[in-house]
Unconditional design. Structure first.
Length: 226
């Protein structure tokens, strides 16, 4: 019989139930009698792990989903080691994901999302190799936080912003009080400054100046009135 093997696959040949050879891409002729042939795809494929509910280190429940790019590197082992090699790798991804999330708090999970795939890759790769698969890439897809936690985080952020605004207002008030205290001290130490400020107001215009006099009729002070 004629067997054509595509570039993205390998064909395993068995004679009387025993492995004999791996057929590479190309055209082959083999006897049909007492032989069985198994096609194995070796091009990269995607394994998607949908949202898994996992407890974080601080006891909060989150849903995490991810995907992994894997490829068969040992067709014979992929076919013979377990009944379903891809299901084996999928289970390894689930276990590694739960272990990695359980070792982190929610804040660590959200602020360092890029570190999680690296923590998953090594244990999954070791288990995948046992079934003839290599894991080329692991990527975090989503981290879904429950609605009540999102509301609590929004309230914390709003309270923090309000606190910062109140602090800025308090700082402005203190600065204004200090400025007034400095002005009062300067006027007390040098009374002539008040007279100079009055003359500046007259020169600028738009102000009414009221002069006060003593009982003898001499001028003792002046203040601008807007």
């Amino acid at each position: 019989m004629r067997i054509i093997v595509e570039e993205w696959e390998r064909v395993l040949a068995y004679r009387d139930g025993r492995f004999t050879e791996v057929l590479a891409p190309g055209r082959h002729r083999r006897a049909r009698r007492r032989q069985r042939f198994v096609r194995v795809t070796v091009r990269p494929r995607l394994l998607v792990v949908p949202g898994q509910e996992v407890l974080t280190a601080d006891g909060l429940t989150v849903k995490v989903s991810l995907f992994a790019t894997c490829r068969t590197v040992d067709p014979r082992r992929w076919h013979e080691a377990v009944e379903d090699a891809d299901a084996f790798v999928y289970a390894a991804l689930q276990v590694a994901l739960r272990e990695a999330v359980a070792g982190r708090t929610l804040d660590e999970l959200l602020t360092a999302r890029e570190a999680l795939p690296a923590a998953l890759h090594e244990p999954v790769e070791a288990r995948a190799e046992a079934v003839g698969v290599t894991v080329e890439d692991v990527a975090l897809r989503d981290v879904m936080v429950p609605a009540e936690l999102r509301r609590a985080a929004a309230e914390v952020a709003a309270a923090r912003a309000q606190g910062q605004a109140a602090l800025e207002r308090a700082r402005s008030a203190v600065a204004a009080t200090r400025a007034l205290a400095n002005a009062a001290r300067m006027v007390a130490e040098q009374p002539a400054l008040l007279q100079l400020r009055t003359l500046q107001a007259v020169e600028a215009g738009g102000a009414t100046v009221v002069l006060t006099t003593t009982s003898a009729g001499t001028e003792t002070g002046a203040r601008p009135v807007p």
